[in-house]
Design a protein around this ligand. Structure first.
Ligand code: ZN
Ligand code: ZN
Length: 237
């Protein structure tokens, strides 16, 4: 089908089934209304200055002594209620259209509450997924968020600086130890000169244990990146 027909079909579909906010059911063209976005809570303080997870003290035990990974990681909001439902529909429910309001939620967070110097980033990179998984889902949700954020912030996008070259089992199915083994050497940087000395803003949708963000960041740092700031929608449960 060409894009004109696609748009016509979408337009007709919207007429018959007008888009509604997935949370409150009010008519809304973006599937998530401003008042529901306003109900997203920030990550409770105090949190680890490195990984952004709630902890007592300055850094959590997982981050203690680790150096070759992200400089800092943060989540745009607390996982629960609105964010949990929206991420679920975006990731597993095929609701690609949620990329827009969810990227907006990240942008709001970055520009109003974020305590890390993300504006120094030379480029934005999404956490890559393996192409077979992308084919099944039809899209890489992190790339959609990164594309939108690039447009909103004016920071260029590089979605092939870091790639995933090995298919890994879904992290959700694994224990913490298995996750680390599963991820080892899952990512690579095909052209290290593209990342050398650069500050990267790494974008992910949901980071359950942060191990994917850590491994992806470690790969970028090992390839010569100067700093990696990782930002996701939420840390997950
Ligand atoms: Zn709503
Ligand atoms: Zn930490």
């Amino acid at each position: 089908m060409n894009s004109t027909i696609h748009e016509a079909v979408d337009g007709l579909y919207d007429l018959i089934y007008p888009p509604k906010c997935i949370i409150c059911g009010e008519l809304n063209p973006h599937y998530l209304c401003a008042s529901c976005i306003g109900k997203i809570d920030p990550v409770p303080r105090p949190f680890c200055l490195r990984c952004g997870h709630p902890t007592h003290g300055l850094t959590c035990r997982t981050c203690w002594g680790r150096s070759r990974s992200f400089t800092a990681a943060r989540a745009s909001g607390d996982y629960g209620g609105v964010l949990k439902q929206a991420i679920h529909d975006f990731k597993y429910g095929g609701m690609r259209a949620l990329a827009d309001p969810l990227a907006h939620q990240m942008y709001l967070y970055l520009t109003t509450r974020c305590d890390i110097p993300w504006r120094r980033a030379d480029f934005i990179a999404p956490v890559p997924i393996h192409h077979t998984r992308e084919r099944v889902r039809g899209y890489n949700q992190s790339r959609l968020l990164a594309e939108n954020l690039s447009r909103m912030t004016g920071i260029p996008l590089d979605d092939s600086a870091v790639i995933r070259h090995r298919r890994t089992r879904p992290q959700v199915e694994l224990t913490r130890r298995e996750r680390l083994i599963n991820l080892r050497s899952a990512f690579s940087v095909p052209e290290p000169e593209r990342v050398k000395g650069k500050t990267v803003l790494l974008i992910d949708d949901v980071a359950t244990t942060c191990s994917t963000l850590r491994e992806c960041s470690r790969t970028l740092i090992s390839a010569g990146a100067h700093n990696v700031y990782a930002v996701c929608l939420a840390f997950g449960a």
